[in-house]
Design a protein around this ligand. Structure first.
Ligand code: ADP
Ligand code: ZN
Length: 215
């Protein structure tokens, strides 16, 4: 198995989480989703969770210091030595620059940055029809990836809900935030020559490209 240190970047709903899940069935990498870590903090009612909750409900970004601190802690854990996927981080150029320092401190290097490029129309359709397991975070879709039993997670039998930030209003705002803040991260990494662009591919096509280019 080849060790890879990867970043997945793309708008909300672009397939970062879905492809992470598919890839992790075939290769062993640490999956670091800042959104998942923050939702877990909210569920546990920690001070950080309380602070992040309102921001996430509005579709805005949690402060760079908080998320970089979370990622720094997570990357220092043993399992990351065998490679990792950073899913949904960095989302600002400042986060990307700070990540560069964290990686240098840990003696780590990025192998590739995967950009999930998907048109807005498709993103909004996906986000507003998305269903998420309250217990394990698995993602389904009312239209395209229905669970076997309505409202129930195939993986853990947990309850499927619409994430608070997947309402049309908040999803629209998250897309705006993506263009205002995260678009520049793509240009930042494009200059590094490590970027692989997946231009509106199906999940199967995306998997084929990643396996061919990386593993
Ligand atoms: P999606 O990619 O579908 O938007 P995420 O689970 O990655 O979903 O993120 C959900 C929310 O968590 C974001 O809208 C934001 O408020 C917060 N968040 C996640 N990652 C970051 C990050 N790197 N920087 C700032 N806020 C973040
Ligand atoms: Zn579940």
């Amino acid at each position: 198995m080849k060790k890879k240190n990867l970043i997945f970047v793309g708008a909300p709903g672009s397939g970062k989480g879905t492809i992470s899940g598919m890839l992790l069935k075939e290769v062993t990498l640490a999956h670091i989703s800042t959104g998942d870590i923050l939702r877990d903090e909210i569920k546990r009612g920690t001070p950080l969770g309380v602070q992040a909750s309102e921001i996430m409900k509005s579709g805005g970004l949690v402060s760079d210091d908080i998320v970089v601190g979370m990622v720094r802690e997570r990357l220092a854990k043993d399992d990351c030595k065998n490679g990792f996927i950073l899913d949904g981080f960095p989302r600002t150029v400042n986060q990307a620059e700070l990540l560069g320092k964290v990686l240098a401190d840990l003696g780590m290097e990025l192998d590739a940055v995967i950009f999930f490029n998907v048109p807005d129309q498709v993103l909004l359709e996906r986000l507003t029809s998305r269903l998420t397991c309250k217990a394990c975070g698995a993602v389904f879709n009312k239209l395209s990836m229905k669970p076997q039993v309505e409202g129930v997670c195939d993986k853990c039998q947990g309850e499927l809900i619409q994430r608070a930030d997947d309402s049309l209003e908040t999803a629209t705002n998250r897309l705006k935030v993506f263009y205002a803040q995260t678009q520049a991260v793509i240009d930042y990494y494009r200059a590094s020559g490590k970027m692989i662009e997946l231009n509106n591919l199906t999940s199967e096509q995306s998997m084929d490209v990643l396996k061919k280019e990386l593993f």
